[in-house]
Design a protein around this ligand. Structure first.
Ligand code: IMP
Ligand code: MG
Length: 189
């Protein structure tokens, strides 16, 4: 007898996380962004550089809808311990692709203070890329401390700590298929 596999209606339930954007809302926004990117990069030599680890889900889903050829690489920076930015950015892991003359799109999960993306963008420009644009799933404009030009934004979020769809709190919650607010006051250290 055939086994019936019922699709899960909801992802893993974390009762303390208040849903901000559902998996369905994220999927349609990500597809629209991919269409915009495809139109803008038609006939160009696109290199996507994802910022690890937070961008992995956004980048993975977005590229499935791209209509232009693309190369993918990753870098890793850190400026965070827990939920407060130090403003000190460190390159943990560098991308390997020769960026000279390439049109680079730098992809991250969220732009918050802007320190990480400003640092990563400058780093790629120093590697002689022809252009470096920035794409993020989330923008938290109220917390910006340094100007970084963001070309593609999925959603604007309020000044709350958000998790899921790649975003973590101390390495947890990345697996959630939705984006939610984590009430840090209830979670503790
Ligand atoms: P920055 O302050 O713009 O440099 O943000 C750097 C990084 O902090 C982002 O790439 C995220 O990984 C992380 N981050 C900022 N805000 C949040 C948040 O609300 N939830 C989870 N991670 C965040
Ligand atoms: Mg990050």
């Amino acid at each position: 007898m055939a086994t019936i596999v019922r699709p899960r209606q909801k992802g893993p339930v974390k009762p303390q996380v208040e849903v901000l954007f559902s998996a369905k809302q994220i999927a349609s926004r990500v597809e629209a962004l991919a269409q915009e990117i495809s139109a803008d990069y038609k006939g160009r030599n696109l290199l996507l550089i994802g910022v690890l680890k937070g961008s992995f889900m956004f980048l993975g889903d977005m590229i499935r809808h791209l209509a232009v050829p693309v190369e993918i690489d990753f870098l890793s920076v850190s400026s965070y311990a827990g939920d407060t930015s130090t403003g000190m950015v460190k390159l943990n892991f560098d991308f390997k692709t020769d960026a000279r003359g390439r049109d680079v799109l730098l992809i991250d999960d969220i732009v918050d203070t802007g320190f990480s993306l400003a640092f990563a963008r400058k780093h790629i420009l120093e590697r002689k890329a022809r252009s470096v644009e920035v794409g993020v799933l989330l923008d938290k404009p109220q917390r910006r401390k340094v100007l970084v030009p963001v070309r593609y934004t999925g959603f604007t979020v309020p000044d709350r700590f958000v998790v899921g769809y790649g975003l973590d709190y101390n390495e947890r919650y990345r697996e959630l298929p939705y984006i939610g607010v984590l009430p840090l006051e209830k979670i503790g250290p």
